[in-house]
Each structure stands twice: as C-alpha cells, then as structure tokens.
Write a protein that binds this ligand. Structure first.
Ligand code: AP5
Length: 229
C-alpha cells in the first residue's frame, strides 16, 4: 500500500491513518507529528519549524521534503508500504514526492481526499486532545478518554495543541485553500484521486478506504494477467 491522505485540518487524517497502520502494519508518516517531535526535542529543525507550526503557516517546502525523503528511503518503508498524512501540502511538494518515489521505485498508488465542511472541522479541532506521551488522539465529545485528561493507552497527560484555537484554525484553513487545495487537481490529472465523505464515523471511513484498496489491487491483478496472456 502506497497512499497519500489529503484533506483540510481536522478532517481526520491522523485518526484514519492510525487505524490503517494498526490493521495493515503499514508505515504511517505524518509530517505534523514529525515536526512536533522535533519541536519537543528542541532540535535545530524543531526550532526552525516552531514559529510556522504554532501560527498555522506552512514550514518551508525544502525542510519537510528532506524529512520525507529520508523516511521514504528507509528499507522498512519500501517493504511495508506507507501512508502519508499531511504531505504533500503544496504543488512543489507533490512534484518532489513523485520524483522521490520514482527514484526509489515505489510509485504512489492513489491519493484519498477526505472531505469535511467547516462546522465539522471546527468542532473536531477545538475538541481534540492529544497524549503528550504517546500521541494518541482523543476528542472531548466524539472520542473521549475513559478518565478526563488521561490517556487510556499509556496514562499520559492529554493536552490541547496550541494551533487548535479558533483563530489559528482560521489561518490553517486559509492556507489549506490557497496552498494545498490545488494538489487535488494535481492528483485528479494523474487519475489517482479518490474521495471520501470524512464526516462519517471512522469505522465507516476505514471500510471506504479498504474498498478503494481492493479495487486498486483487483485492477493491478487484471493488468498483470493481461500482460502475461
Ligand atoms: P498537521 O499535524 O498535519 O495538521 P493538519 O493537517 O492541520 O491536520 P490535523 O492534524 O489538525 O488534523 P487531522 O486531519 O489529522 O485530524 P485528526 O485525525 O487529528 O500539521 C500541523 C502543522 O505542521 C501545519 O499547520 C504546518 O505548520 C506544519 N506542517 C505539517 N506538514 C507540513 C508540510 N507538508 N509542509 C509544510 N508544513 C507542514 O482528527 C481531529 C479530531 O477529530 C480528533 O480529536 C479526532 O478524535 C476527531 N475525529 C477524527 N475523525 C473523526 C470522525 N470520523 N468522527 C468524529 N470525530 C473524529
């Protein structure tokens, strides 16, 4: 499996990617998670990214593309396949991704656009809580932890991301429409775009995604059989 998850902030990319990772053991590569880890560790890269991430802007293309290139070049990633979450986010990143995948001989299968309207996005982002220790995702109404403020999985403290305020969400949405939405056409032109209604519950989204994967695998089998005969 070699997929990109596209969609506005809060569409549920990370939540769905976690489910796919658990079910298929595929590498889940989230540029947002990687950047937050770097910020937490205080690395040079983290310090450089902090201002962009916390204000809702985009980190420069070169910096994130280098991060992704190094992840995609790992042998385990080409063995297990990957699910990219939060990358690409600009047309330049999408073009660079194609080049990296071509060099590594692991072309993208398809990109999934998770569509959700603004009211759902704002409700999801303002209610999101994240475990400081293991990164597990919760929502105060949609997916509450058993004990308020405590991670079910590891007992870590839950916190609210600093970019999940209404003001920063608005900036992130503006950036999404301006910089990221053009990628939808980029993948449509390559005939690699699939769409799902991300307002449904996660279990249904997983089923929708699995249906796309099955269709893709069936079509690849047919192509191989046709080439052999
Ligand atoms: P990133 O972390 O990628 O943020 P994002 O794209 O804004 O996406 P989110 O993580 O906010 O949302 P999500 O779609 O993953 O939703 P989630 O599953 O958490 O990036 C953060 C920042 O890093 C960027 O602003 C930028 O500065 C920088 N950055 C990252 N990548 C970059 C790049 N490539 N180039 C440049 N800069 C980059 O769900 C949200 C909430 O909803 C959760 O509480 C969840 O419990 C709930 N929920 C999810 N699904 C459902 C559902 N189906 N039903 C009900 N509730 C649900």
């Amino acid at each position: 499996m070699r997929l990109v998850l596209l969609g506005p902030p809060g569409a549920g990319k990370g939540t769905l990617a976690n489910q796919v990772h658990e079910k298929f053991q595929v590498a889940h590569i989230s540029t947002g998670d990687i950047l937050r880890e770097e910020m937490k560790s205080g690395s040079e890269l983290g310090q450089e990214a902090k201002g962009y991430v916390e204000s809702g802007g985009l980190v420069p293309d070169q910096l994130v593309t280098r991060l992704i290139e190094s992840r995609l070049s790992r042998k385990e990633t080409s063995d297990t396949g990957f699910l990219l979450d939060g990358f690409p986010r600009t047309t330049a990143q999408a073009e660079d991704l194609d080049k990296i995948l071509e060099t590594n001989g692991i072309p993208l299968e398809f990109a999934v656009l998770m569509e959700a309207g603004l009211p759902v996005i704002v409700q999801r982002l303002t209610g999101r809580r994240v475990c400081r220790q293991c990164g597990a995702l919760y929502h105060i109404q949609n997916m509450p932890p058993q004990k308020q403020g405590v991670c079910d999985r590891c007992g870590g403290e839950l916190y609210q991301r600093p970019d999940d305020t209404e003001e920063t969400i608005k900036k992130r949405m503006d950036v999404y429409y301006e910089k990221t939405a053009p990628i939808i056409d980029f993948y449509a032109q390559q005939d690699k775009l699939k769409k799902i209604d991300a307002e449904k519950e996660t279990a249904q989204l997983l089923k929708d995604l699995e249906a796309f994967i099955k269709d893709f695998d069936d079509a690849s089998d047919q192509d191989q059989n046709a080439a052999r005969s």
